[in-house]
Design a protein around this ligand. Structure first.
Ligand code: KG4
Ligand code: ZN
Length: 332
């Protein structure tokens, strides 16, 4: 089963061909970052227009790299939400048009289901059940993947997503967009010597809150400014990153141990962070847990992960019709 997959939920136009949910035959990603950078974040209207310009070329490139024509495609997978509505509509409309033209099944995929499925590509032997720490720009979850396409949310954020916290702190430090990679780069030059708070949410041991941490960083900077001191950007970046990583790793590991799940996977843009990966790897090893980690290109937004999720949905009979609509917000 060779699935042509399309992902346009935010600021990357991506198309991929994935065979049987696990083999990536091509994965083309056209980034719009240059167009959004000067605004300090993604501008939805610009995102939609840039997707429109790129989508046909990106799809053709994905087919070319897989040495395929539309005739060889067995199904179309596409992100239908959550995300920016105009951006989603570009990918979804393209997917519907192709499905109709070649008379092959359309499979709508939840963006977070896609992120989680990147782990089926990263580890060909991975099968549910496993625990997945999902950390993207818009979502933070600890999810028990009970079976293919079957999820139970164990923990979630009460305010900012982990990636959102990276982006906001980076903006405060004047490091630009996207914030995650910028913070990671500066943190590598600093020391994690500033104690930022690690919020505890009473009665919800696996939930997260990052807005207090973001405010603590802001207060630290303001106090230093008021005292006429320099801003130790590298040390702040390293300390903030450590605070986020520690809380993510602690909660994911504790959840796996409590629920007796032997494998932890990670997903979403923040999972590309090397300190998160190394800390998780080491802590899993200490606790006798198996750790799965997709390569960075499969952590940030890409269509290969959508192609993988679409295959497992198709296998279980989840086929969409051509009335499928884009949704800005949908639960997992
Ligand atoms: O999954 P993703 O590509 O898009 C969404 O679905 O949101 O995640 C993007 C988020 C951004 O907030 C970005 O700053 C963060 O992931 N990110 C990182 C790193 N690379 C991307 N955060 C920390 N360290 C990184 N290396
Ligand atoms: Zn994403």
């Amino acid at each position: 089963m060779r699935i042509l997959a399309i992902e346009t939920s935010c600021d990357d136009t991506s198309a991929a061909v994935v065979q049987d949910g696990r083999q990536v035959l091509s994965n083309v990603i056209s980034s719009q970052i240059d167009f959004h950078q000067k605004f300090g974040g993604v501008v939805p209207e610009i995102a939609s227009r840039k997707h429109l310009e790129a989508v046909e070329l990106v799809i053709q490139e994905a087919l070319d790299r897989a040495e395929m024509a539309f005739d060889n495609v067995d199904g179309i997978g596409v992100t239908y939400g959550p995300g920016l509505i105009g951006a989603l509509l570009v990918g979804l409309s393209s997917a519907k048009a192709i499905a109709l033209a070649i008379d092959k099944p359309l499979i709508g995929v939840h963006h977070i289901e896609g992120h989680i499925s990147a782990n089926y590509i990263a580890d060909q032997s991975l099968t549910p059940p496993f625990l997945c720490l999902v950390v993207s720009g818009g979502h933070t979850y600890i999810v028990e993947v009970e079976d293919y396409c079957k999820y139970r949310i164990i923990g979630k954020t009460h305010d900012d997503a982990a990636g959102e916290a990276f982006d906001k702190v980076a903006r405060t430090l004047g490091l630009g967009y996207p914030g995650g990679p910028a913070i990671e780069k500066r943190a590598a030059l600093g020391r994690a010597i500033i104690e930022f708070p690690k919020p505890v949410i009473r009665d919800h041991p696996y939930d997260f809150s990052f807005s207090g941490l973001k405010t603590a960083v802001l207060n630290y900077i303001n106090t230093a400014r008021q005292k006429g001191q320099g801003i130790p950007v590298e040390d702040i970046a390293a300390s903030f990153q450590k605070a986020v990583v520690d809380v993510l790793v602690d909660k994911a590991i504790n959840a796996a141990l409590e629920y007796n799940i032997g494998t932890i996977a990670v997903a979403g843009g923040v999972a590309a962070n090397v300190v998160l990966k190394e800390t998780m790897d080491e802590t899993c090893r200490r606790n006798g847990l198996r750790f799965i980690h997709p390569q960075p290109i499969l952590c940030t937004d890409n269509a290969a992960m959508i192609g993988s999720a679409a295959f497992f949905k198709w296998q279980r009979g989840y086929i969409s019709d051509l009335f499928l609509n884009a949704e800005a917000n949908i639960p997992l």
